[in-house]
Ligand binder design. Structure first.
Ligand SMILES: [Zn+2]
Length: 484
């Protein structure tokens, strides 16, 4: 909720001060020389004193005006979250709003309206990303705040939406208080962050980073439609995607507020998280090949059963991750055996293994250990083993100056923050290719996300948005000072 007390306690007295001081100063300048000669004082000293009092009064007023709104309007932010949660795919599980669908288009139309009401100049780039800008005041590049408003199937109300709407609320709060930052601001809703039916994700931020290539555009969904075909549904034009690219240095900093999607903030009783980095995500496939044969007639000592070897590998993955002391997580999320029949020995097992950690060294070590286990388990059963890296996202470090600015911002408004890594990927990962980045996390009840029960309370949303505002002010000041 808005904090009204500072407005009345700081602005009114300073306004009264300035109202009463101004006529006094004018009076001094008019009658000062006469008073001075009668009192035996130098007229120039008196007029200088009058001007000094005037400058101090103006300074006090400006200072108080600057600190007038330290809190965003939590009720307004919550009302926007509720409005957006009402624009969802017809006939789907609440609160689904898939990219490229009609509800997505309607929600973005609503968002553009809210941005324009806030005085932002709104445009769509070549992949449909919605960008609301404040006017440029100096020749500094913009600080960008944003996230995404698409969801997974059966997703929640806060993943992505909170980041976009909190950024909008921050811009409104600054406008309400008549405050202009050194850097212009851009409030951004990146197109299609969540995994899409065309086998990709983070379309808007990829386009900014210049990694949305032809190969990704030509990927198809189950009906054979390509991502390029779908882009116009999100307001994009596949022939112009190069125009969406942002050059390194054209963005001063990118800040994304997002729900944590994990249980750490709730467990630690922290109001917000300051993200130190986004973990590396490495995926490999492991294929164990033996021989399928009759489950009754094949003696145990001549079997080439792929499944027990796969089971050893699954247990090794769990053991390795547990031994890391919370520094690494590892999952076998997908498994397929052939022929997958009750009376046939599995002749082939294919597993999809994923490890995540901020430490590349730990990722390498875990994959090595699991690989050794897989080879030993295969050898013991006469199997072939094939291990292949399928994808690799390297660790993204948050910019240290942004982390420090967020820390100072949280301290300045008394918000309890803790530093933590992001275990999930975000648009921030892509934007780090062209700009310094940072993230703020809001708590997720029970660590739940990508689920209709995803929940962050109104107070938690407001507090995280307050932290975004306070961190932005610190960042704006320090980055502008660095550039002289
Ligand atoms: Zn998200």
């Amino acid at each position: 909720m808005p904090e009204l007390a500072p407005v009345t306690s700081a602005v009114l007295p300073s306004s009264l001060l300035i109202c009463s001081v101004k006529p006094m100063c004018v009076l001094f300048l008019v009658v000062g020389p006469e008073i001075a000669s009668r009192a035996g004082l130098s007229p120039s000293i008196l007029s200088r004193a009058a001007c000094g009092v005037w400058r101090v009064a103006c300074g006090v007023w400006r200072e108080n005006r600057g600190m007038r709104v330290n809190r965003i309007d939590g009720a307004r932010l919550w009302s926007d979250l509720e409005a957006l949660a009402g624009i969802i795919d017809f006939g789907s599980t609440p609160f689904t709003r898939r990219a490229f669908g009609p509800a997505y288009a309607e929600a973005r139309h609503w968002l553009v309206g809210r941005m324009e009401e806030a005085g932002l100049v709104v445009r769509r780039d070549a992949v449909g990303t919605v960008i609301g800008s404040t006017p440029r005041t100096r020749s500094l590049p913009p600080i960008v705040l944003g996230s995404h408003i698409d969801t997974v199937e059966g997703g929640g109300r806060f993943d992505g939406a909170l980041g976009v709407l909190a950024a909008l609320e921050v811009a409104r709060t600054l406008a309400d208080s008549g405050e202009t930052l050194n850097h212009p601001l851009e409030i951004v809703d990146f197109t299609a962050e969540e995994p899409n039916p065309y086998g990709s994700s983070c379309i808007g931020s990829r386009a900014w980073a210049g990694t949305l290539n032809q190969q990704l555009l030509e990927r198809t969904d189950v009906d054979g439609e390509t991502l390029a075909d779908a882009l116009p549904l999100a307001g994009g034009d596949p022939r112009r995607i190069d125009e969406a690219r942002r050059a390194p240095g054209s963005v001063a900093a990118y800040l994304e507020l997002h729900i944590e999607q994990g249980p750490v903030l709730e467990r630690e009783g922290a109001s917000v998280g300051i993200v130190t980095g986004i973990v590396s995500i490495r995926r490999v496939s492991v294929i164990l090949s033996g021989r399928a044969s009759h489950a009754g007639t094949t003696p145990m000592d001549v079997r080439q059963d792929a499944l027990p070897a796969a089971a050893e590998l699954v247990l090794a993955v769990e053991r390795t991750a547990r031994a890391s002391g919370g520094e690494l997580v590892a999952t076998v999320g997908k498994a397929h055996i052939e022929p997958n029949a009750p009376n046939v020995i599995p002749g082939r097992a294919e597993l999809s293994l994923e490890v995540r950690s901020l430490s590349h060294r730990l990722c390498d070590a875990a994959l090595d250990e699991v690989g050794q286990t897989a080879r030993a388990a295969a050898k013991a059963r006469g199997l072939n083993v094939d291990i292949r890296e399928r994808s690799r996202l390297d660790t993204v470090a948050a910019d240290e100056r942004i982390v420090q600015a967020l820390e100072r911002g949280c301290t300045s408004i008394g918000v309890r923050a803790m530093q933590l890594p992001s275990w999930g990927g975000h648009d921030t990962s892509l934007i780090s290719l062209i700009a310094p980045v940072g993230m703020i996390f809001a708590p997720s009840r029970g660590g739940l996300s990508h689920h209709p029960d995803e929940w962050t309370s109104p107070d938690q949303c407001a507090e995280a948005a307050d932290a975004l505002l306070a961190g932005l002010r610190e960042l704006d000041r320090s980055f502008a000072a660095d550039r002289g």
